[in-house]
Design a protein around this ligand. Structure first.
Ligand code: PLP
Length: 306
């Protein structure tokens, strides 16, 4: 069975799916999306994802997207049709297809969805984060298609030998380019508050429940960059990375804006490499992260066995 797509009402082979050139997602990034993980043939935390999608739709004034019930039905039907037990489902809604003009067109939104088999990637140690200034816009709580700053940050991280960027805004370490970030200090968890400056991750929300089960104290509080040296453990959470332990934080010494905030100067076009970065934090044991990972996989196994 090939990976499958759904385009405005029709299921088809992913290789046959196309979008028209006047699609607003394509031209403006004028849309929103979700990524859901499927374990044992069951879409994990689907209702939370759909709730967030509908909140994102309201935040960009995108009317006419499917109802909650219709999304549940569509995602479940797509997963069933794919026959995949381990998969990711990507779905997006854009403001539709209309001749290119900035103002909202008076057309139906476009709905597309993709089901792909999940490719398990074993992380190769050590997992590093590259400190970078957060250059995204001021409404990153909306899961929009506009991901250019995230793409650039993640590529810089990879160029530097890191798996992710650790984004700093106003001196606070807020999140990664495609994951939420967590810090552990003296056995207690810290993650940035769910305000406009982070995406409120579904996995982050799930970890709140795991932490409660494990009796861990949790603070929705950002950690300032200047306190990085006091942190015992760091981990990331996301739908695809799950709960990922971090071993090192690195920085490019020329990258002053991560420390001082953005300046009005046009930044130089510099490719950060592993050679010109230095380690500024290293983990000891992943004690708390391992507890959370165990609890995470235990709960997934329970769900799959239901
Ligand atoms: C910027 C950002 N933060 C956090 C997350 C984690 O969100 P979730 O746990 O819902 O996948 C993502 C996921 O793509 C993301 O892009």
């Amino acid at each position: 069975m090939p990976d499958i797509a759904y385009v405005n009402g029709t299921f088809l082979d992913l290789n046959d799916a196309v979008i028209p050139i006047d699609e607003r997602g394509h031209q403006f990034g004028d849309g929103i999306y979700e990524v859901v993980r499927v374990y044992g043939g069951k879409p994990f935390l689907l209702h939370w994802h759909i709730e967030r999608l509908l909140r994102s739709a309201a935040a960009i004034r995108l009317d006419g997207a499917y109802s909650h019930e219709k999304w549940v039905e569509l995602v479940e039907q797509a997963v069933q049709q794919s026959g995949y037990a381990e998969a990711t489902v990507y779905f997006q809604v854009t403001r539709g297809i209309a001749p290119r003009a900035h103002l909202f067109p008076n057309v139906e939104p476009s709905v597309t969805l993709i089901v792909r088999a999940h490719q398990a990637k074993k992380p190769t140690a050590p997992q590093k984060l590259l400190l970078l200034p957060d250059e995204r816009w001021a409404n990153v709580y909306i899961k929009t298609l506009n991901l250019l700053p995230n793409v650039l940050a993640k590529q810089s991280a990879y160029d530097a030998g890191a798996c992710e960027a650790l984004l700093v805004r106003d001196g606070q370490m807020l999140e990664a380019s495609s994951a939420n970030v967590w810090f552990v200090k003296n056995g207690e968890l810290f993650t940035a508050p769910a305000n406009r400056y982070i995406l409120p991750g579904i996995t982050r929300r799930y970890v709140f429940e795991l932490a409660e089960k494990l009796g861990l104290t949790l603070h929705e509080q950002a950690v300032p960059l200047e306190k990085l040296h006091e942190v015992d453990e760091i981990f990331l959470t996301s739908t695809t990375a799950e709960v990922l332990a971090i071993d090192e934080v690195i920085e490019w010494p020329g990258n002053i804006p991560a420390k001082t905030g953005l300046s009005a100067d046009i930044p130089a076009n510099v490719t950060v490499t592993a050679e010109n970065c230095e380690t500024v934090w290293k983990t000891g044991e992943h004690v708390i992260v391992k507890q959370l990972q165990n609890e995470f996989y235990r709960s997934i196994n329970l769900i799959c066995a239901e």
